[in-house]
Design a protein around this ligand. Structure first.
Ligand code: ATP
Ligand code: MG
Length: 746
């Protein structure tokens, strides 16, 4: 391979792979890809690719994975930071099933070890899921021959970075000879990543699609190459002018703002400006999907707003939306019926979307406890890099917004013309260390201090800092785990996990949570429903809702009312105002969970707590997991007195129902809404259903004959199976949009 453009044909890989790639239009390698293949990557060497956004890093990884698989070097593990990216890669890699390569994706449920994954050639996982798999020591772990770490620069991220570097360090210790391929943004210290991974570094600044970055001020965009473009300023909202300017040319736009609230307000403000750019077909299609979002009268206000703006060709996108809403928006944008998305930066990691222009409206971010600060250049470049993606456009533009000449210069200097900063390891945090060290002790990877030190040497941290800097943190974590009864050491210095430590590691919760739960439940004689929910919300593993100034007083009054039920002491509002505020937020979240199990509707919950339904689902899923964890902790520590309450609450949280419905929701196909319908129509339990005939059950609203037959079958009746199955499949009630409607049905 020389300097000429390499055809895909020339790669030393299986002809069927080549044919498949050519079939989807990948004929020539991009120059940085060629540089990657000029190394010993295909012979199994470790490699770090530091290429710009959209330069095709994934294809290099795909070919390296296929090579390893087809040569029998083992299966491939593809690590991603976010679920959305996992799903995108899964949809993309499925093309290889045509040549007999099996692909699986796994993102959720930390405690399951996933047998289907065992057979797959390529397994796509979030980093956290991979960490959990390692903790379970699944038998197929040793079959992994190559691991790809996508978006490796996220080792810089304080919440998820430590897990990423520990997963790689653990895999390298467990599987000698495993090949590591890391895909990185263009960061200034990519060489440090390479030295950490004992890998060759290939760096490039080439981009397949030209991306021009610039700053907008007073009707003019000035680009990095000193050219400029005037925008006709016709509207009150200048973002609308910037958006419409590119719609004139049939392009699409992605606007990044810093908060969820801004995504909503801005998309409302630009929607009517975007509408004239829709074709009659776009309008029809958008009308259809927006209608499906609001198929019931009781949907939350936020969903109605989404449906309204979507109909006009613009939409908002943030983590508070339901998964289904997010995927509808993404797919409408991909097929160009939706013209503009206003998003929070969660949409910036690695996704391929057809945005010719990306507008980064906010370069400042606000964080609780930190105030407002300018985002890192790396984050700006990731957002900018969503513009001009090869599959969709032949050029791209990224635009920052200035309000004054001074700000324009600042943005040009500090973002557009700046190199991304160096990244640093965040492993030295006590929370990250206790979480990961317990897991390696429990998994037998590090039974001695020496082994721990040896593992830490394999982390990015050790390649950046002196070992003594982390030594005392390690010592205090070991003491913390031992004092908390999660580990024990013998005289020879061997460290072992206690049954509680073992279970905690596999439950994938913070050791601190396990200690808190055991200590609190161990000493409480009695605990109430709200007391238990609040305790769960007090653990560092439970996400909690934000508490606004205006809500403060309400929750202060509520705390006073509930105090006798709460087993966690109330912090002093003067001495420790932060913990005090957190305590109120925990109570708010506990109340929200209580509403969920009292069958409140989506609308009531989102409106009373000022959260999105996506948030409610997140709180519920996490609480469900923590309640399960709590029951496991009680089981291994023989604190039996609270177990019945914990079990009951766990099932109620899982299904979102009052106790009286628990029997009914045990049936397949029966969720909180259908169960309530059956109950209110006199069918209170399995024995009532046993006695009732199919017609009677089928007449209950939201049930229908198909479900009625399925119920009878589950109760052991001899129903004409084929008929039941067919009816079930054709049953419109099983349609996802109807499902959502049902979830709202009161
Ligand atoms: N050689 C090629 N010829 C044509 N298209 C290609 C080629 N290589 C990659 N592509 C396409 O380029 C697009 C961008 O690729 P990819 O998602 O891998 O970028 P990336 O480098 O991972 O960017 P990011 O840093 O934003 O994640 C994809 O749509 C991919 O199919
Ligand atoms: Mg990528």
């Amino acid at each position: 391979m020389g300097l000429k453009e390499t055809n895909i044909d020339e790669l030393p890989i299986n002809q069927r792979v080549i044919d498949l790639l050519k079939g989807i239009g990948i004929v020539k390698l991009f120059p940085p890809q060629e540089m990657a293949f000029n190394t010993k990557l295909l012979q199994g060497e470790n490699l770090v690719l530091a290429f710009p956004t959209s330069s095709g890093k994934t294809l290099v990884a795909e070919i390296a994975m296929l090579k390893a698989i087809l040569e029998g070097r083992g299966k491939a593990l593809y690590l991603v930071p976010l679920r959305a990216l996992a799903h995108e890669k899964y949809a993309d890699f499925k093309k290889y099933e045509k040549i007999g390569i099996t692909v699986a994706v796994s993102v959720g449920d930390y405690d399951s070890s996933g047998t289907r994954l065992k057979e797959a050639d390529i397994v796509i996982m979030t980093t956290e899921k991979a960490d959990s798999i390692i903790r379970h020591n699944v038998d197929w772990l040793h079959k992994i021959g190559i691991v790809v770490a996508d978006e490796i620069h996220l080792v810089n991220d304080s919440s998820r970075g430590p897990t990423l570097e520990m997963v790689i360090a653990k895999l390298e210790r467990l599987l000698s000879g495993i090949q590591v391929l890391a895909l990185s943004a263009t960061i200034s210290n990519a060489d440090e990543i390479a030295s950490w991974l004992d890998a060759k570094l290939v760096k490039s600044s080439w981009r397949p699609i030209p991306l021009t970055e610039g700053v907008f001020l007073d009707g003019e965009i000035t680009f990095e190459d000193n050219t400029s473009r005037n925008i006709r300023m016709k509207r009150k909202e200048h973002i609308a002018d910037i958006v419409c300017d590119i719609l004139e040319e049939d392009g699409q736009v992605l606007v990044f703002v810093s908060s969820r609230r801004s995504t909503v307000s801005l998309s409302k403000r630009i929607a009517s400006s975007v509408r004239p750019y829709l074709t009659p077909q776009d309008l029809d299609e958008l009308h259809r999907v927006s209608k499906s979002l609001v198929s019931s009268a009781t949907v939350p206000e936020s969903t109605k707003t989404l449906s309204d703006v979507l109909r006009k060709g613009s939409a908002f996108h943030h983590a508070g939306l339901k998964n289904r809403e997010r995927s509808i928006i993404e797919s409408c944008f991909r097929n160009n019926t939706l013209k503009a998305i206003i998003a929070t930066p969660t949409l910036a990691a690695g996704v391929n979307l057809p945005a010719r222009r990306v507008v980064i409206r906010d370069y400042r971010r606000f964080e609780r406890g930190r105030g407002s600060y300018p985002i890192p250049i790396l984050e700006y470049k990731q957002m900018a890099g969503r513009a001009g993606r090869p599959a969709y456009d032949d050029y791209g533009e990224a635009i920052l917004i200035a309000r004054s000449e001074l700000e324009r210069e600042f943005l040009m200097e500090n973002y557009v013309l700046s190199e991304t900063e160096a990244i640093t390891s965040k492993l030295a945090s006590p929370k990250a260390l206790r979480f990961h060290l317990l897991s390696t002790i429990a998994g037998g990877i590090t039974r001695t201090r020496e082994k721990i030190d040896n593992l830490i040497e394999g982390t990015f941290y050790s390649h950046q800092f002196e070992k003594w800097e982390i030594d005392h943190h390690i010592t205090s974590v070991i003491t913390f785990l031992e004092d908390g009864g999660l580990t024990k050491s013998d005289n020879g210095g061997t460290l072992v996990a206690t049954p509680l430590g073992e279970r905690t590691s596999r439950l994938y919760i913070d050791p601190y949570s396990a200690i808190l739960l055991r200590n609190t439940l161990g000493k409480s004689e009695e605990i109430t429903e709200i007391g238990l929910l609040h305790l769960i919300c007090h653990t560092p593993d439970q996400p909690t809702s934000y508490i606004a100034r205006s809500e403060f007083e309400d929750y202060e009054i509520m705390v006073a009312d509930y105090l006798p039920d709460l087993s966690v002491p109330l912090p002093d509002s003067w001495e420790d105002p932060e913990s005090y505020t957190n305590y109120l937020a925990e109570l708010k979240t506990a109340r929200l969970l209580q509403d969920w199990i009292n069958e409140k509707s989506e609308r009531e919950m989102t409106e009373n707590y000022n959260v999105g339904m996506g948030d409610v689902h997140r709180y519920v899923r996490s609480a469900e997991w923590l309640l399960y964890s709590t029951s496991e902790i009680c089981r291994v520590t023989a604190i039996t007195k609270h177990i019945p309450l914990i079990h009951k609450l766990h099932s109620r949280i899982r299904h979102g129902v009052k106790e009286e419905l628990l029997e009914l929701v045990g049936l397949r196909g029966i969720g909180r809404v259908r169960a309530r319908m059956l109950f209110n129509n006199g069918l209170h339990n399995l024995s009532d259903l046993y006695k009732a005939d199919i017609q009677k059950i089928g007449r209950v609203p939201a049930i229908g004959t198909g479900i009625a037959m399925s119920i009878k079958k589950q109760l052991g009746f001899d129903v004409d199976e084929s008929k039941a199955e067919i009816t079930l499949e054709n049953e419109p009630l099983l349609d996802e949009s109807m499902q959502t409607l049902l979830e709202d049905f009161e």
